[in-house]
Design a binder for this molecule. Structure first.
Ligand code: HEC
Ligand code: HEC
Length: 644
C-alpha cells in the first residue's frame, strides 16, 4: 500500500527515473514537503536565497528554481542525494562551505530529512513557492451569489457573506445629507449647495440616491473638472514647471479634459496615450530633463515605468537600475519594455554602468502576446497598446477598478494599488468589477454608478485603524487640496479668476490650460482649483509636483496642521475677501448670517451650543473682522475638512 503510494508520488513529481530508487529506499519514512522540508527552508535558508536575495546565484523559491540551481549548477539531483550539491553544502564539515552560512547549523535529523526527500524524488507541490507573490493576469468572472431581492447591487451580493455579522440588509445607512456630501465630493469634487441639499432631502422618490449619482455623472463639466486632478497626478500632466523650457515636456490638458468630458472608454483612453494621437503625445514624451541624468530617467525608461505603474499596477522602477528587491522584475524586464518606446536599440545599464548587453524588446506579461522587435516604433506602440487593453489582460481592468474603489472607499480592494500582486481582501469583488467594466465597454461611469449605488458605499464611514484591514464601509477621507480650495471658494464666494497665463500658453508651452479647454466647454472667467496653477495653499495641502506618477493623495498629512504651519497668504486673502461679501449680505443680521454660513459649510443648521458660540464670536452688528474669525473656524473644522 505504502509502496504504491510512494511510487505514484514518484511518478507524479519526479518522473520515471526515481522508481528504482524508491524501491531501494522504501524503508525511509515518507517525506511530505510542506510538513518536513518547508519549515527547514523557511527557518534556515530563505533569507539568503529568495525574494531578491539569491546568494551564490541560488534561488530556493520553487522546485524549478532549485533544479536550475546557482553559480555551480543544479542544487539537487532528484533521487540522488549523494550527487546533490545542496547536501554537500548542508553536510559539509568545512566552516567556509557549510549552509546555512550563519545562524544555527542544521541538525543531523534535518539533514537526514532533506536527504530522504531528495532520494524520494524531491516532491514539491507547484503551488508552494517562496518568491514574490504574483497575481494571475487572466480575467475571471466569479458568480454573483444568490441574495434576497432587496440586495440587487452585485457589489452588495458579493460582500454580503463577508458582512454577515452586520447584515447589509439591516445595517443603517448614512443620512441623505451625508450621502449627498459624500457623493458630491467623490464624483464632482464639490460641496453641495444648500439649495441642492434641500431639494435632495425633500425628494420623496425611493430611488433618489441612484438618481443623484446619475445626475452628477451626467454633469460633464463638473465631472471632468474633478477627475482632471486625479489624472493630472497619475499622468504627470502639469501646467508649468520642470521640463517645459526648451520643449522638454508637453501638455496633454486639452486631450485629457476632452477625454473625461466625453467619458471616453477607458481602453481607448489608454490606447491613445500609449499609441499617441495629436494632443496625447506628452504622456509618452515624459520629461526630458536638462543636463546629465541617470540612465533610469531616460524617456523610454520613464515610459516603461509609468505605463506599468499606472495601467498595470506594477512597479518597474526598482528594476530600472538593478534587479528588483521588492518584486519579481529584473533589470532586463524593465529594459525590454523600455525598448518598445526607444528609437534605437537600448543598451542595458546597471546602476548607470553599461552592461554592454543590448536589450530585447518584450512585454512584461509574455502570456498576453509579443511585440515585434523588428517593427518600426510606431508599429511597436500600436502592438503594445493592443496588448495592454486586450480582454485577456485582466490586470488592466483590475488596476483601474481598484483605483476607483480606492478613491471612493479610501482603500483599494488590493493594496498597494501600484503593486497589485498581493492578495485582495475580496478577490471575487475585484475580479467581478474588473470583468464587468470590460464587458461594459470600459465605461468608467458605469463602474462609478455601480459603486455609489451600492449599500456598502452608503454605510457610515470608519476611521483608519492600525493593524490588519477589515472592510466595514468607506474610510473617512480628508478633502484633497483641490476639493478644499473649491469648498472654500463656495463658502466665501471668492472664485479663482482665469488669469491670462491660464488662458494662453507662453513661449515655452507653459500655462494656457483654461484656454486649452475653451473649445470643449466654453471660455471661463473663473476656474476650479483643478485648472489653477499651484500656489502655497494647493502645494501645502498635497498637490504633487507631477514629476513622478502619483495615483493617490496621502490622507495622512493632516490638513489642519498643514494649514497651521503655513504662513501662506492665499487662504488669508480669500477669507478676508469672503468676509466682506458675507458682511454686505448679512452685516445687520447676526442670526441669519450664522444660519447661512452653517448651511453652506456643513449643509445643516447650527446646534444650540454652536449657535451660542458663534453669537459670542461675532460682534453685534457683525464686523468684517469677526466674520473673518467665523470663516476661519468653519474652514478649520473637521466637519468641513472630512468626507465622512
Ligand atoms: C546568511 C546567508 C545564507 C543562508 C542563511 C544560507 N545561505 Fe546558502 N549561500 C550563501 C552564500 C553567501 C552563498 C554563496 C557563497 C558560497 O557558495 O558559499 C551560498 C551558496 C549556497 C549554495 C551553492 C550555490 C551555488 O550554486 O554555488 C547552496 C547549494 C546553498 N547556499 C544552500 C543553502 C541552503 C540549503 C541553506 C539553508 C539550509 C542556505 N544555503 C542558507 C548564504 C546563505
Ligand atoms: C537610480 C537607480 C536606482 C533605482 C531606481 C533604485 N536603486 Fe536600489 N540601488 C542602486 C544602487 C546604485 C545601489 C548600490 C549597490 C549596487 O550597485 O547594486 C542600490 C542598492 C540597493 C539595495 C542594496 C542591495 C544589497 O545587496 O545590499 C537595495 C535593497 C535596493 N537598492 C533597493 C531598491 C528599491 C526597493 C528600489 C525601488 C524603490 C531601488 N532600489 C531603486 C540604484 C538604484
Amino acid at each position: 500500500m505504502r509502496l504504491i503510494r510512494l511510487s505514484l508520488l514518484g511518478l507524479l513529481i519526479g518522473g520515471i527515473f526515481t522508481l528504482p530508487l524508491l524501491t531501494a529506499q522504501a524503508q525511509a519514512a515518507e517525506i511530505v514537503f510542506a510538513r518536513d522540508i518547508q519549515p527547514i527552508l523557511q527557518e534556515s535558508c530563505l533569507k539568503c536565497h529568495s525574494r531578491g536575495k539569491y546568494k551564490g546565484g541560488l534561488s530556493l523559491e520553487s522546485r524549478s528554481a532549485v533544479l536550475v540551481g546557482g553559480e555551480s549548477g543544479p542544487a539537487i539531483t532528484p533521487g540522488k542525494s549523494a550527487e546533490s550539491l545542496l547536501i554537500e553544502r548542508i553536510a559539509s564539515a568545512d566552516a567556509d562551505l557549510v549552509m546555512p552560512q550563519s545562524g544555527n547549523p542544521l541538525t543531523p535529523e534535518q539533514i537526514a530529512l532533506i536527504r530522504d526527500w531528495i532520494d524520494q524524488g524531491a516532491s514539491w507541490p507547484e503551488e508552494i513557492t517562496f518568491g514574490f507573490p504574483q497575481a494571475t493576469v487572466a480575467p475571471r468572472r466569479p458568480a454573483v451569489p444568490e441574495a434576497p431581492a432587496e440586495l440587487s447591487n452585485p457589489i452588495d451580493r458579493i460582500l454580503q457573506p463577508q458582512l454577515a455579522d452586520r447584515s447589509l440588509l439591516t445595517a443603517e445607512l448614512v443620512s441623505d445629507r451625508r450621502f449627498a456630501r459624500r457623493v458630491f465630493f467623490d464624483l464632482v469634487g464639490l460641496l453641495p449647495t444648500p439649495a441642492q441639499l434641500s431639494a435632495f432631502e425633500q425628494d420623496s422618490d425611493p430611488n433618489k440616491r441612484a438618481k443623484l449619482v446619475q445626475q452628477l455623472l451626467d454633469n460633464r463639466r463638473d465631472y471632468a473638472d474633478h477627475w482632471l486632478t486625479f489624472w493630472n497626478d497619475a499622468l504627470r500632466n502639469d501646467y508649468r514647471g520642470t521640463g517645459f523650457i526648451g520643449g522638454g515636456r508637453a501638455s496633454i490638458t486639452a486631450w485629457l479634459y476632452g477625454s473625461l468630458y466625453a467619458n471616453k472608454p477607458y481602453d481607448q483612453f489608454v490606447r491613445e496615450l500609449v499609441d499617441p494621437i495629436p494632443g496625447s503625445e506628452g504622456f509618452l514624451k515624459g520629461i526630458v530633463w536638462r543636463g546629465l541624468v541617470n540612465a533610469s530617467q531616460a524617456p523610454p525608461v520613464q515610459a516603461a515605468q509609468n505605463i506599468s505603474q499606472v495601467f498595470l499596477g506594477t512597479n518597474l522602477k526598482c528594476a530600472s537600475c538593478h534587479d528588483s528587491f521588492v518584486n519579481q522584475w529584473k533589470l532586463h524586464d524593465a529594459y525590454a519594455l523600455a525598448s518598445v518606446f526607444s528609437d534605437e536599440p537600448l543598451t542595458i545599464h546597471r546602476c548607470d554602468k553599461s552592461t554592454g548587453a543590448v536589450s530585447q524588446v518584450a512585454f512584461i506579461y509574455p502570456e498576453l502576446g509579443s511585440i515585434d522587435a523588428k517593427a518600426a516604433k510606431a508599429e511597436r506602440l500600436k502592438q503594445l497598446a493592443a496588448l495592454l487593453v486586450r480582454r485577456e489582460n485582466g490586470r488592466f481592468a483590475r488596476t483601474i477598478v481598484n483605483r476607483l474603489w480606492a478613491q471612493l472607499f479610501g482603500r483599494g480592494i488590493v493594496e498597494p494599488i501600484d503593486d497589485m500582486d498581493r492578495s485582495p481582501w475580496n478577490a471575487d469583488l475585484l475580479d467581478w468589477l474588473a470583468d464587468d467594466l470590460a464587458e461594459h465597454h470600459f465605461d468608467l461611469k458605469h463602474t462609478l454608478l455601480l459603486i455609489c449605488a451600492s449599500r456598502v458605499y452608503q454605510l457610515p464611514s470608519t476611521p483608519v485603524k492600525e493593524g490588519e484591514y477589515v472592510f466595514a464601509g468607506p474610510l473617512a477621507k480628508r478633502l484633497t487640496a483641490e476639493q478644499f480650495a473649491d469648498a472654500v471658494a463656495a463658502l466665501t464666494g471668492v472664485a479663482q479668476p482665469a488669469t491670462p497665463a491660464m488662458l494662453k500658453p507662453d513661449g515655452n508651452g507653459q500655462g494656457g490650460q483654461a484656454g486649452a479647454i475653451a473649445a470643449i466647454d466654453g471660455e471661463r472667467t473663473h476656474v476650479r482649483a483643478a485648472l489653477a496653477f499651484d500656489d502655497d495653499l494647493i502645494r501645502v495641502l498635497g498637490r504633487p509636483n507631477r514629476e513622478q506618477a502619483v495615483t493617490r493623495r496621502e490622507s495622512a498629512a493632516t490638513l489642519l496642521q498643514a494649514l497651521e504651519f503655513t504662513n501662506g497668504s492665499t487662504l488669508d486673502r480669500i477669507i478676508k475677501q469672503g468676509a466682506e461679501g458675507w458682511h454686505k449680505l448679512y452685516g445687520s443680521d447676526r442670526a441669519a448670517l450664522i444660519q447661512q454660513v452653517y448651511l453652506t459649510a456643513f449643509g445643516r443648521e447650527p446646534s444650540g451650543t454652536e449657535s451660542a458660540e458663534c453669537h459670542q464670536m461675532l460682534t453685534e452688528p457683525p464686523t468684517r473682522e469677526s466674520i473673518e474669525d467665523l470663516l476661519w473656524a468653519m474652514t478649520m473644522h473637521p466637519e468641513f475638512q472630512w468626507i465622512d
